[in-house]
Design a protein. Structure first.
Length: 308
């Protein structure tokens, strides 16, 4: 019965793929509007993306990812939060989709492996057990990249906010020295070189400001686009503030100083909150250890009283 169901499922899946290949679906309204906007703007990638992912993807994964990305675009699935996390980590959306699909397919390989192992051990187990186990493994493998990307992006975004606070202080110092806003922004990011937690963020900001000259936009517009791309609210707020008071140096300097102080207070509050959570977890672990020690000491006496 199970073999018949699996054969029917495989035949139905093959027939479905054949029909989809012979009669591809029409692109949706969202995909058509995006294509129209791209054609109107000359398909200039620099105007749409100020940062390019530095990830190296194999040709097979790239081809698979491109096909999956086109499928997402035809359905109107934007996945903005995932794209922002990938842009922050310097990874491509196509490679991410290919990784999810390949991991899910590799999870399905658990079915023949588990079935062969059960047959080798001589255990009379129904084939449904390894089948459902492989489906669960494939589902877990499919969502593993999402968990990893969200965790890594959260850490990087916190480091990026810390670097933005230092960047605001440097810009305010350059404005106090008599520089204009564009010169102060470029000078502030040029003083940081290296590969630690803050310098990589400064390098991303420096790249966005340098590309602003190429695409013909203002530096604060470039910061706003970078904030939209990597989902950092501080950069969007900074872009809006600079766009409003870019001509008044004193107001810009006071605004940047106040924003930097606010970001430092917020970061200090977050650090204190994380320290409090860790202290509470350590306290719970100590209480459990003490409870186990008390049970260990009282167990012989309790067993002796119950036995008597």
């Amino acid at each position: 019965m199970v073999e018949t169901v699996l054969a029917g499922a495989a035949f139905g899946l093959g027939l479905f793929l054949l029909v989809r290949a012979l009669f591809p679906p029409r692109p949706g309204l969202v995909a058509q509007l995006l294509a129209l906007d791209a054609a109107r703007e000359g398909d200039d990638s620099l105007r749409l993306r100020l940062l390019a992912p530095d990830e190296e993807v194999s040709p097979f994964r790239r081809g698979l990812g491109v096909r999956l990305a086109r499928f997402y675009a035809s359905r109107g699935w934007e996945a903005r939060s995932t794209r922002a996390d990938l842009a922050l980590l310097g990874k491509s959306f196509e490679g991410y989709l290919a990784t999810k699909m390949l991991l899910a397919v590799s999870g399905l390989l658990a079915f023949p492996i588990l079935a062969g192992w059960l047959a080798l051990m001589g255990w009379g187990v129904s084939p449904q057990v390894p089948l459902w186990a492989s489906l669960i493994v494939a589902l877990v493998f499919y969502f593993l990249p999402d968990l990893q990307i969200r965790r890594d992006a959260a850490v990087r975004r916190r480091d990026f906010r810390h670097a933005v606070g230092a960047f605001l202080d440097l810009v305010a110092m350059n404005l106090a020295g008599g520089r204009g806003v564009p010169e102060a922004l470029l000078t502030a990011v040029s003083v940081s070189d290296g590969a630690n937690a803050s310098n990589w963020a400064m390098a991303r900001i420096r790249e966005a400001l340098s590309n602003a000259r190429i695409v013909g936009i203002t530096p604060w517009q470039a910061l706003g686009r970078l904030g939209d791309e990597i989902n950092v609210d501080e950069l969007r707020d900074l872009s809006a503030a600079l766009g409003l008071v870019a001509d008044d140096g004193a107001k810009v300097r006071a605004s940047l100083t106040a924003r930097a102080a606010t970001m430092r207070r917020r970061e200090l509050a977050e650090v204190e909150g994380r320290a409090g959570e860790r202290s509470q977890s350590m306290l719970v672990a100590q209480l459990l250890l003490c409870a186990g020690f008390v049970i260990f000491l009282s167990y012989p006496a309790a067993m002796k009283m119950l036995g008597s």
